[in-house]
Design a protein around this ligand. Structure first.
Ligand SMILES: CC(C)(COP(=O)(O)OP(=O)(O)OC[C@H]1O[C@@H](n2cnc3c(N)ncnc32)[C@H](O)[C@@H]1OP(=O)(O)O)[C@@H](O)C(=O)NCCC(=O)NCCS
Length: 155
């Protein structure tokens, strides 16, 4: 059963380059095709909104958001596998939407693998709607790449 997230609220703070090794440990556990450390460093250096969710001193998740005019692109949202299914992904998505709003965005868009049923359920539940399909967007270890479902939430 999912824990009540209000009893275990993490703190979301800005990601720094010092966080990247801990973020990469989670990233490699969470994805079959993880981002590289360079992807996170570039995001920080380019001024993307990158945040780390911490329980005490421990990073348990993170988000990377690219605000662009009135639209924010959710590039990465991850909860460490041992902390999943406790309401924290929903909590982090809400914080991400707040960050996007604060940056002046009126919509959030994201890509998700059709095979990523947990993430799709999370976005569906929050009211994101499919607006497109990018063919062959994701690597999947074969010559046939996986499509991306493009989803959007406006407020
Ligand atoms: C997607 C992810 C962030 C969800 O985080 P989480 O902390 O497990 O999510 P929550 O516990 O807050 O769940 C919120 C909702 O998401 C959906 N969900 C989450 N995990 C699910 C699962 N394994 N199966 C089905 N639905 C799931 C449910 O709708 C859930 O609501 P419910 O608990 O009322 O049923 C997490 O699974 C993750 O980090 N996955 C790996 C990285 C990833 O794929 N990121 C998204 C890339 S597009």
């Amino acid at each position: 059963m999912a824990a009540d997230p209000t009893t275990v609220l993490p703190v979301l703070r800005a990601m720094t380059e010092d966080d990247v090794p801990a973020v990469m440990r989670i990233e490699k556990q969470a994805y079959p095709f993880p981002w590289t450390a360079g992807n996170f460093v570039d995001s920080i250096r380019n001024g993307y909104r990158a945040g780390v969710a911490c329980l005490g001193a421990d990073p348990i998740g993170y988000v990377v958001l690219l605000p662009a005019l009135d639209e924010a692109h959710l590039l990465n949202i991850t909860i460490a596998p041992e902390h999943q299914r406790q309401g924290l992904g929903g909590w982090l998505l809400e914080r991400s939407i707040e960050l996007a709003r604060d940056a002046g965005a009126a919509c959030m868009i994201l890509e998700v693998r059709p095979s990523n049923l947990p993430a799709r359920a999370l976005y569906d539940k929050r009211g994101f709607a499919q607006i497109g399909l990018r063919k062959g967007y994701y690597p999947n270890g074969t010559f046939r790449r996986e499509d991306a479902i493009v989803m959007r939430l406006c407020w």
